[in-house]
Write a protein that binds this ligand. Structure first.
Ligand code: ACO
Length: 322
């Protein structure tokens, strides 16, 4: 049986860093409130003319370099994003063209903060079906362009970035189990109100910003993430005590701590980047993965559980031997 494995990782974070102290000058908040409620200390923000595909290209170059492959070796591109450059063409095709990847399937998919987990799971299925040989999988967001910078409830939470991996076939796992889910009944708790077929003209107005019921999102996220982690471990016949690393969605340190507790994992076994990146939505898991790989904590052969939860709601997790 063919498995898929991650052959290389990369990340890109925009140059501009916005600290909690900078935010204190913009809205009625404090560094202390943001740190204690969310764990965020700073976040990166794109420049006004920078786009999601710009960040994808930089992260992808590093992922290809670390996998020892070039553009000609890639035969599929999947980008998880909620903040595409354009309504179409999709970000996958923009990235494919700019990197000089030869003609191949290239698409983006939208599952909010779970976008990368959905994209990685999709790539895994293509490889297992022998329908792709080497897939560039990216999670990327310009989420700060969708925020009302006068709304302290949301503007303190988010940041921009891109994380990429190269997924390729392997005789041994690799990816051992994936679990995806969604429940559209929660739409009103976290959403962006305008789009291509709904009030497009309002997209650039003051009304256009992420709307969120933070407390409710928090409750469902904690409950769901514990559940999805167990389902993925069970599917692979792995006990939680065997895990080497949890690479969680970086939305809120308290959500991360609650998930780790349900897995009986000490925080030393959790890759935490929320303090430096904020919530980068679909970019959050691949950014954290790349941080853990490049600083030497995540080693080849170790068991890694990645999980995410986001607007929709959507959720998912991937268990792999790195
Ligand atoms: N600075 C100071 N005060 C603030 C701020 C701020 N930035 N934001 C809100 N407050 C105030 C509120 O107005 C409220 O004041 P009030 O009691 O006078 O009405 C008070 O702080 C408490 O607000 P709560 O909403 O009760 O604070 P809570 O402890 O729930 O924390 C938070 C809010 C951080 C949003 C939390 O609910 C959370 O993280 N939820 C998860 C949401 C999330 O992560 N969303 C991201 C996308 S989804 C995902 O990725 C999982």
């Amino acid at each position: 049986m063919t498995y898929s494995r991650i052959a290389g990782t990369g990340r890109y974070l925009p140059e501009k860093i916005l600290t909690n102290f900078d935010l204190e000058k913009m809205v009625d908040t404090t560094d202390e409130w943001i740190r204690t409620r969310t764990g965020v200390e700073r976040r990166h923000c794109v420049a006004p003319d920078q786009t999601t595909s710009d960040m994808c290209v930089e992260a992808a170059k590093l992922a290809m370099e670390s996998a020892g492959v070039g553009p000609a070796d890639i035969d599929m591109v999947i980008v998880g994003t909620t903040s595409p450059d354009l309504i179409f063409p999709n970000v996958g095709t923009l990235v494919q063209h700019r990197l000089g990847i030869p003609s191949c399937p290239a698409f983006s998919l939208e599952a909010a903060c779970t976008g990368f987990i959905y994209a990685l799971t999709t790539a895994d299925k293509f490889i297992k079906a022998d329908a792709a040989k080497r897939v560039l999988v990216i999670g990327a967001e310009c989420i700060t362009k969708l925020i009302d910078w006068d709304d302290r409830n949301t503007c303190v939470l988010f940041g921009d970035g891109a994380g990429a991996v190269i997924l390729e076939p392997s005789d041994e796992p690799g990816i051992m189990a994936c679990h995806l889910g969604a429940d559209g009944q929660y739409k009103e708790l976290l959403y962006y109100p305008f789009g291509a077929s709904k009030d497009l003209a309002k997209a650039g107005t003051d009304e256009a910003a992420i709307r969120m019921s933070g407390k409710d999102v928090f409750k469902v996220a904690v409950h769901t993430l514990g559940d999805v982690a167990s389902k993925t471990l069970d599917a692979a016949g792995i006990d939680k005590s065997e895990l080497d690393w949890l690479v969680p969605h970086q939305a809120n340190l308290r959500i991360i701590q609650a998930t780790a507790k349900r897995l009986d994992l000490p925080m030393e076994k959790v890759i935490v980047t929320v303090q430096d990146h904020g919530n980068t939505s679909a970019a959050s898991v691949p950014l954290a993965l790349d941080v853990g790989v490049r600083d030497g904590r995540i080693q080849r052969g170790q068991l890694v559980l990645m999980e995410a939860f986001g607007g929709g709601f959507t959720w998912g997790s991937v268990l792999m031997r790195f």
